[in-house]
Structures are given as C-alpha cells and as structure tokens.
Write a protein that binds this ligand. Structure first.
Ligand code: C5P
Length: 230
C-alpha cells in the first residue's frame, strides 16, 4: 500500500478505491509539536479502536464522519477528504493552554462550551485564530458557523458517552474534512491523544497529559477507557 502522507502518529495509505484511504495508527506518542516522541507497543491499536467506537457511536447519533470500518486492529478505512487546516477545540472545563494564555481560573466550567479555532500548521505552532483572521484568510464564515454547530452537537454526545463511563470530558480537538462531493464531515481521530478526560469529579487525567506531564502510564489509562467504552 502506497503511503500518501506520514503524520506524527498516523500514516495515510492509498486503497484500491480512489474515494477511500486507510489510516494506520502507529505505536507512538509525541508531544511538544513532535519534539518528544516515545515508542509504545500496542498504542496504535488502542487509539484506533477507541476512535472507531466513538465514530460509530456518533454516526448512530446522526453525525457524518469519515469512518467506514476497521479492517485491521490498527487500521481504519475512511472516506477520503481534504482536511480543512483548522483545529477546532471544544472546552468544557478550563485547563491547559487557556490557563497559560488568559486570566481564566483553572477548573472554570463553561456553559455553553467554549469553541475555539486554531490554525493547523506546525511550522507556525498552531496559533489561535479570530473570526476576523479566518475571514481575511478566505474562510466562508458560514462554514465556520457550521463547524461550531457540529462541534456543539458532538460535544453534547461525547459528554454523555463519557459521563456514562464516569469520565468528565474536559476538552478535545476535532478536525473536519471536505469530501469530493463537497460535503463537510468529521475526520481525523477521537482518542485520549486529543482529549482531556478526567475521572468523574476529580482532576485525575486518563489521557495524553499523563505523557505530557510524565505523571503516569498512558497505556493503562487508555486501556481502561477502551474497556469501559466497550
Ligand atoms: O493545549 P490545549 O489546552 O489548547 O488543548 C486543548 C485540547 O485540544 C486538549 O484536549 C488537547 O489534547 C487537544 N489538542 C490536540 N492537538 C493539538 C492541540 C490541542 O489534540 N494540536
């Protein structure tokens, strides 16, 4: 299978169908824009499976996603899309970069959730965008409103899913893609690599912060999330 693109922890592969791709989840975890990287056997499979379960649940709740099926434990078959180079971050509880960059207090709860747009460009360090900047960059603001609406719906669904397994969904990142038919659908992955998940009612991380802050074993935490989601 020809490699089309190699990301930090995922590889995009060609399939026989020009409208479909494979996404291979690698046994790696990185942080600091790829500055730190660790090989973790089995991690790709766990993230692929968590993502597949969440995409399937969202699909059944009416969200259009790129996910088709999981032909191998660490490979997803997906609809081919052009990824929109925006990272849509949804925040329910204030932590992470919003604490470093503003005067908002750690642990502040947002009702409704805060939805923020960042430029997906590692060479520019993924900066926070404003509506005016997105407008000047040529984005159709109707699409930006559409992303916000979808992000709100997805948040409502994911919060319920995680709540049912005694996890608080603190924040997470989404990416959207454009199909050859001009449809905007949810893409990329949804896994503990791109979410903050706290044990309900605590600030105990069950996500990539364990690796970022070197405070615990991500495989144990991710395995627990997977087992509970199943
Ligand atoms: O770092 P920050 O607090 O802005 O991250 C918010 C959320 O978005 C976290 O769940 C983090 O894992 C996710 N994120 C991500 N990829 C990025 C930036 C943030 O998955 N490039």
């Amino acid at each position: 299978m020809k490699e089309l693109y190699k990301g930090k922890v995922k590889t995009i592969l060609e399939t026989e169908n020009p409208d479909e791709i494979f996404i291979r989840f690698e046994d790696k975890v990185t942080c600091g824009n790829g500055k730190q990287e660790t090989h973790i056997p089995g991690k790709g499979t766990i993230n692929c499976e968590i993502s597949a379960i969440l995409f399937e649940k969202l699909y059944h709740l009416g969200i259009k996603t790129h996910y088709i099926d999981r032909p191998e434990s660490n490979i997803m078959r997906c609809r081919k899309v052009d990824i929109i180079p925006l990272e849509v971050v949804v925040r329910n509880i204030a932590t992470g970069s919003i604490i470093r960059e503003t005067t908002i207090q750690e642990g502040t709860r947002f009702y409704p959730e805060l939805i923020e747009f960042y430029l997906k460009d590692d060479s520019k360090n993924d900066p926070l965008l404003t509506s005016d900047r997105m407008n000047m960059m040529g984005y159709d603001m109707n699409n930006i409103r559409l992303f916000k609406g979808m992000a709100h719906e997805i948040n409502t669904m994911l919060k319920q899913i995680f709540d049912s397994i005694d996890i608080d969904l603190v924040d997470f990142k989404l990416e959207f893609g454009l199909t050859s038919k001009g449809e905007i659908i949810l893409a990329d992955e949804i896994s503990p690599d791109g979410c903050r998940l706290w044990r309900k009612g605590t600030t105990e991380s069950m996500d990539k912060d364990l690796y970022r802050k070197n405070t615990g074993n991500i495989m144990e935490a991710y395995q627990q999330i997977l087992a509970q989601l199943k």
